[in-house]
Write a protein that binds this ligand. Structure first.
Ligand SMILES: NC(=O)c1ccc[n+]([C@@H]2O[C@H](COP(=O)([O-])OP(=O)(O)OC[C@H]3O[C@@H](n4cnc5c(N)ncnc54)[C@H](OP(=O)(O)O)[C@@H]3O)[C@@H](O)[C@H]2O)c1
Length: 322
């Protein structure tokens, strides 16, 4: 089968489309004929590898890609929920070294990593949803259901998580502000953001406005700065960001803010595949349409990864694998 392979860490230049052996499913796994897959921040991090001050071995995941959508091509003897021919999608990132491999014509996945794909959802739309969609759900509802009249801010709003979170938030009568770079603001307005802020021109923690909920994908400020921008009983929920040390500081100081004030600071740990049924329902109801950047072909992977790494993408970067 064709797969996007890398034998060492590095820039997108290390990626190559090559022929490799098709994997064989274990007892509780299905073999998926992959039709679409999307790039996540984890793929970008794994591509580059750890930044350690000593040498490390070759990458464990030769084939990246954890968000996949496709058709079941074979099932292990213990598989109960799926049959050959079923259309499925999911996030394989919870399953260690067997957990990636989606940027290929076929991949094996435990059946519990998968949900049935609604018939009207394209494979490209399905591949865009698992990680970003569930981070959006788990971040947005970190302190329970949204309430009418709430003011919400989404930071890093033009990427995968933000473009899904806005659609889910707007199912309630809430006012939503989105923060991202200038090139994405028009697209964000078209998705329903009431206000947009260009983070290169305005610091949303210093403009005097307050929010009941802040959902962050970048974590570029301190916990005190976030807390200052919250209304009483407000919640700041971050799903991540590029700097681990900053995230840990926000978690630690945020714990103290939670103990000493009526505000909450939460670090969201992704619970893979828990909310796919909810995303299916929203899609079926016509309330959610993933924003797709692409789709790209696997042969265009280097350019697609460069585009993602530069932060130029809008919504989710998706590959079609035919
Ligand atoms: N919690 C977990 O268990 C877990 C699991 C998986 C992933 N994650 C994390 O979840 C996040 C995924 O978010 P995503 O898929 O939405 O990422 P994304 O698609 O890369 O979107 C992030 C957006 O933020 C913008 N941005 C960059 N710098 C910014 C700044 N200083 N202020 C505001 N916006 C800025 C980017 O645009 P420009 O570059 O054009 O500015 C981009 O549009 C990542 O941080 C990832 O590490 C967490």
């Amino acid at each position: 089968m064709k797969a996007l392979i890398r034998d060492r860490y590095g820039s997108p230049d290390v990626l190559e489309v090559r022929e490799v052996e098709r994997p064989v499913p274990h007892e509780t796994e299905v073999l998926i004929r992959v039709h679409a897959a999307s790039i996540n921040d984890w793929d970008w991090g794994l591509l580059q590898g750890p930044t350690l001050p000593f040498p490390f071995g070759p990458p464990r995941q030769r084939i990246l890609g954890s968000d996949v959508a496709g058709r079941v091509a074979a099932v292990g003897s213990g598989v109960q929920r799926f049959c050959v021919g079923d259309e499925v999608y999911g996030d394989l990132s919870a399953f260690g070294v067997r957990g990636w491999g989606g940027f290929a014509e076929s991949v094996c996945a435990p059946e519990r990593a998968l949900a049935p794909k609604p018939a009207r959802m394209t494979f490209e739309q399905a591949a865009a949803l698992p990680q970003a969609g569930q981070l959006a759900v788990q971040g947005l509802f970190a302190s329970g259901p949204l309430r009418a009249g709430q003011r919400i801010l989404i930071n890093g709003a033009g990427g995968g998580v933000g473009t899904i979170a806005i659609q889910l938030a707007k199912l309630q009568d809430v006012e939503v502000t989105g923060v991202d770079s200038a090139a994405k603001l028009e697209m964000m307005r078209s998705l329903g953001f009431d206000h947009v802020i260009d983070y290169t021109k305005e610091d949303f923690t210093r403009n005097g406005r307050r929010y009941d909920l802040m959902l962050d994908t970048k974590t570029t400020r301190t916990a005190f700065e976030y807390a200052r921008s919250l209304n009483p009983r407000g919640t700041y929920a971050t799903v991540g960001g590029p700097e681990i040390a900053r995230l840990l500081r926000v978690a630690f100081v945020g714990w103290w803010i939670g103990v000493t004030t009526d505000k909450a600071v939460r670090l969201i740990g992704l619970r893979q595949n828990r909310d796919l049924p909810y995303l299916n329902e929203r899609f079926e109801a016509g309330q959610l349409v993933p924003v797709i950047d692409g789709p790209y072909r696997l042969s265009e992977a280097r350019d697609a990864f460069r585009h993602f790494g530069a932060g130029h993408h809008k919504g989710k970067v998706v590959f079609t694998i035919d």
